[in-house]
Design a protein around this ligand. Structure first.
Ligand code: NAD
Ligand code: ZN
Length: 243
């Protein structure tokens, strides 16, 4: 493999599939039995907040029953050992990258870790009124009071379709300097994440896809390796780290 300095990794639901968390667009196109429009849009929240809150309560509770798999562990190893720049941008709302040991805040830079949840996180609550985000481990019923502004407006801190993902500036900065872009376990159907490979190529990066089956954007990558993340990712990381 050529020499690389700056790496951006994009992960999707496929990385957590072998931990037992269902992906989104399985054969039935549903997320845990629900149509995306019913649980993952601002309109759904306005129409039936109780359903949306219950859905994410179930997803949050499920985190206690699953564990990181070999793919998360390999990416945590990369985070610990990679001396160049690295940003792991995840579309996942689970905490399995962190539980494997990735994303700890470093002393360098602004103290931010190398894992970025662009679509929010199950273990976080967002105030729809004042915008404050706070760690949230329990269930989150509708109408819960925001401690910051006292509005009964806390909602799951999930970026719904039509909402702007988190930290796009930081992602764009990383992509402007990237020389290796790796997409893992994502269907390439959700923008803007699906467009990152084009941006990375525009900046001259080598681009690799690791996925169970070819994604919608497979043709955009220089290299595609097909298989289970728990096998492909450890092998790829070992190759990057030289053994
Ligand atoms: P997706 O469900 O649309 O696509 C998953 C991709 O992973 C598919 O291309 C599939 O072929 C691949 N895949 C499945 N099993 C795999 C395995 N064992 N190894 C490697 N690849 C595998 O996922 P997405 O593109 O991330 O989009 C889903 C959206 O839904 C995200 O934005 C996310 O916020 C949300 N979501 C999150 C979770 C989670 O946090 N674990 C789970 C489901 C959905
Ligand atoms: Zn508030």
């Amino acid at each position: 493999m050529p020499e690389f300095q700056n790496i951006v990794i994009l992960t999707g639901a496929g990385v957590s599939a072998e931990s037992g968390l269902a992906t989104f667009r399985g054969p039935d196109g549903l997320w845990e039995g629900h149509r995306v429009e019913d649980v993952c849009t601002p309109e759904a929240l306005a129409r039936d907040a109780a359903l949306v809150h219950r859905f994410y309560d179930e997803r949050r509770a499920r985190l206690a029953e699953v564990r990181p798999n070999a793919a998360h562990e390999a990416l945590a190893r990369l985070d610990a050992e990679w001396r160049g720049e690295l940003l792991i941008v995840t579309q996942n709302v689970d905490d399995l990258h962190e539980r494997a040991g990735a994303g700890a805040a470093t002393d360098a830079g602004d103290g931010a870790g190398r894992v970025l949840h662009m679509h929010g996180a199950l273990q976080s609550a967002l105030c729809a009124r004042c915008g404050e985000r706070r760690p949230w481990a329990e269930s989150l019923p509708t109408g819960r009071i925001c401690p910051a502004c006292a509005a009964p407006a806390l909602r799951p801190d999930i970026v719904f379709f039509g909402e702007i993902p988190y930290e796009m500036d930081r992602i764009e900065r990383a992509l402007a300097d990237v020389d290796l872009f790796v997409s893992i376990g994502t269907s390439g159907a959700v923008y803007p994440a699906a467009g990152f490979v084009r941006t990375a190529r525009h900046h001259g990066a080598h681009t690799v896809e690791l996925n169970l089956d070819p994604s919608a954007g497979s043709f955009l990558f220089h290299e595609s390796r097909m298989g289970a993340a728990s096998e492909l990712v450890p092998a790829f990381v070992a190759q990057l780290l030289g053994g």
